[in-house]
Design a protein around this ligand. Sequence first.
Ligand code: ATP
Length: 250
Amino acid sequence: MKLEIRNLTKTFGGVRAIDDVSLDFPSGSLSAVIGPNGAGKSTFFNLISGAFPADTGQVLLDGDDVVRLSKTARMQRGIGRAFQVASCFPTMTVAENLTAAVTAHVGQWGNLSRRFPPPGVRERAGEVMELIGLSHVANVEAAILSHGDQKLLDIAIALALEPKVLLLDEPTAGMGPEERWRMIERVRGLWEQRKLTLIFIEHDMDIVFRIASTIRVLCYGRLLAEGTPEEIRNNQSVIDAYLGTEAHAE
Ligand SMILES: Nc1ncnc2c1ncn2[C@@H]1O[C@H](COP(=O)(O)OP(=O)(O)OP(=O)(O)O)[C@@H](O)[C@H]1O
């Protein structure tokens, strides 16, 4: 699914968090959004997912403007999102969390409190678990998972809703180097397998340069540059505003 952003703007008080940003994300593309702290990256995701209303501009999904739709309606149209901080039910197991997400997705909220999920739901939850590599912890409570597995669960919950466009806000935040690469390889695998239009925010430039085919740089709410890893690495304004500083180091 193709995502096009047209002249998107959002202000908070006097701050232009996103300032007239237009960007195209072709169907099946893998893009990174980078930029210094406070550049507007999370706000950009919030405007796409519908967590915040935009002041002006359009969010087009395969040509249809969804900017006035609610978060839930956008989710139903195919926009999925996983967060910096895991958003699962901590006292439920991995399998239960996914079963709940799939049940909700198939419009069976009323069934959530029942002992047995509706037909097909358990299988679908199992598929997502397999796909993301969490089957070995299916019966473990979310709260006691490792940090990396909690993030994977968060992505799995987003995937249970069968998104076409997936937004990942710092999927590797807080992970050690080894766990980080494992996570990113899994994300790349998902993107390939599901033919997702995937957009991720990331501060680790090694990861960004290694896996993104296109990089978009935000700075003070504006689009500073976009291009291939090679183009961005050599872009003087990006070096001045971001890469040449320590701002991207965690
Ligand atoms: N809910 C909000 N209310 C008021 N101001 C906000 C809100 N959300 C973001 N802002 C402001 O908008 C600007 C952009 O913030 P945003 O969190 O989108 O940046 P970011 O690039 O994601 O930063 P970071 O890399 O630190 O996560 C900042 O000046 C921030 O203070």
